[in-house]
Design a binder for this molecule. Structure first.
Ligand SMILES: [Zn+2]
Length: 456
């Protein structure tokens, strides 16, 4: 069947007028952030398997929408190089990294069940062709984004291929092999005394919370579905951190079916005091799209506008911000959301009607809208009383934060001292390597100098 576009549906139209019509409108705001977009399109070509819900293709679809709306004209575009094994070992264990690098679908039978179980390989985290490359590409993009924030080339750095918040130091989890968020935050901590992490994926941001559970230099705040059973099973309100990190993990456990207004209200009334008392130097926002209604694995009722309103609210505080993707298992809605959130970062308002001349436009049938109706599919189990009690418990916890902890920059964790000028020099020699982006190599050289200053 031939796909009918809106134009074809009308009797006649003026092609010139349609072609020249702006696809977005500027908001008249005084502060225009410098926004960078970090995307290596190779990442969208991998396949977890036919029945696996994680579809890297959603990233290509997102990119088509971003380009279709011409948002690329307003951002710095980077095609980042892959993360090196050494870079990923700033968080992950060497033994786990060796395994990820060696294992393939062809040789997986040579590994014992004990080894596969140890690294949590199975249905959720299968060994698929190119798994290591896939992980190093999305991680490379998050590291690149963090570097652009650190050297103040960007106020907002976007990596929709990142946000893999479940991966642990020693094992894969929940479709995530490498925790690009933890690695990016470790990078940001070289420069910023405190980093705030906000997670609006429908699942608890357990990997990031766990990595920073005992430090006050990173505050983690996760909004998610929780009943003790729903993956990953953690994220109750009583998980508050430990040692120096006590009170620096915040969890907002929600029931099925939460709707736009209640979610936004709760989000704002928690995020505002967190920002006021913690005073982060940078914020990382994980924008998992599985918290939208109609998600294949999700159970909320959020629409794209409400989800994006959370990003807009965080952005309104004008703090350097890294924006990453995460979950999201209905590709047509994931891509609409992340395109909308790109426009929010850029302070422009998009036409609700999607650009017709994009590949795969049929995916957006029948409404072809940036704002499909995704609400009302699931019973809302969040009573007003329940949400009030959660809010009260979070506010109680915030009372323990007596202003921002004072942190000396020499408190950089030992893991962060690993800057290696030889390694960066070696990368400069890899210019011929197709996986390495020349523009980024140049910038890496500068980043290296900057980082060296910081470490020294
Ligand atoms: Zn998720």
């Amino acid at each position: 069947m031939v796909i009918t576009t809106w134009e074809e549906a009308t009797m006649s139209y003026d092609a010139k007028t349609v072609d020249n019509k702006p696809l977005y409108e500027d908001f008249l705001t005084s502060w225009k952030p410098r926004v960078s977009y970090h995307f290596n399109e190779e990442v969208s070509r991998f396949h977890f398997g036919v029945r696996h819900p994680m579809k890297p293709f959603r990233l290509m679809l997102t990119d088509h929408l971003v380009l279709g709306y011409k948002l690329h004209e307003r951002m710095d575009l980077y095609r980042p190089r892959r993360a090196t094994k050494e870079e990923m070992m700033a968080f992950h264990a060497e033994e786990y990294m060796d395994f990820l690098q060696r294992v393939t679908p062809d040789n997986v039978k040579e590994f014992t069940n004990k080894v596969l179980t140890k690294f949590n390989i199975g249905d959720d985290c299968p060994i698929f062709d190119g798994m290591y490359d896939y992980s190093s590409i999305y991680t490379g993009a998050s590291l690149d984004a963090s570097r652009k924030l650190i050297n103040e080339q960007s106020d907002i750095a976007i990596n929709w291929s990142g946000g893999l918040h479940h991966a642990k130091k020693f094992e894969a989890s929940g479709f995530c092999y490498i925790n690009d968020i933890v690695l990016a935050i470790l990078n940001l901590l070289r420069y910023h005394p405190r980093v705030l992490y906000i997670d609006i994926d429908v699942h608890h941001g357990d990997g990031v919370q766990e990595a920073f559970y005992a430090t006050d230099r990173v505050m983690t705040l996760s909004f998610h579905k929780y009943n003790g059973d729903y993956f990953p099973g953690t994220g109750n309100v009583d998980e508050i951190g430990t040692g120096d990190g006590k009170h620096y993990s915040l969890n907002v456990p929600l029931r099925d079916g939460i709707e736009d207004d209640a979610y936004i209200r709760l989000f704002k009334c928690i995020v505002e005091p967190v920002l006021a008392s913690y005073e982060p130097g940078a914020i990382v926002v994980q924008c998992g799209a599985d918290s939208l209604g109609c998600d294949r694995l999700g159970c909320f009722n959020l629409n794209t506008k409400a989800h994006a309103e959370c990003v807009r609210f965080v952005k309104s505080f004008n703090i350097p911000m890294m924006v990453v993707g995460g979950g999201g298992y209905t590709p047509r809605n994931v891509s609409r959301l992340w395109c909308l959130e790109t426009s929010v970062c850029l302070d422009v308002q998009l036409e609700s009607r999607l650009p017709a001349a994009i590949p795969f436009v049929k995916y957006f049938s029948p409404d072809y809208s940036l704002y499909p109706n995704l609400s009302g599919k699931i019973d809302n189990k969040n009573t007003r009383k329940y949400l009030e009690s959660i809010k009260t418990q979070i506010m109680e916890q915030l009372r323990f934060l007596n202003g921002a902890p004072s942190v000396q920059m020499q408190d950089v964790p030992p893991d962060l001292q690993g800057f290696d000028p030889d390694m960066d020099a070696a990368m400069l020699d890899e210019k011929a390597d197709a996986t390495t982006d020349s523009r980024d190599i140049e910038l890496d050289r500068k980043d290296g100098a900057r980082r060296k200053e910081l470490v020294d």
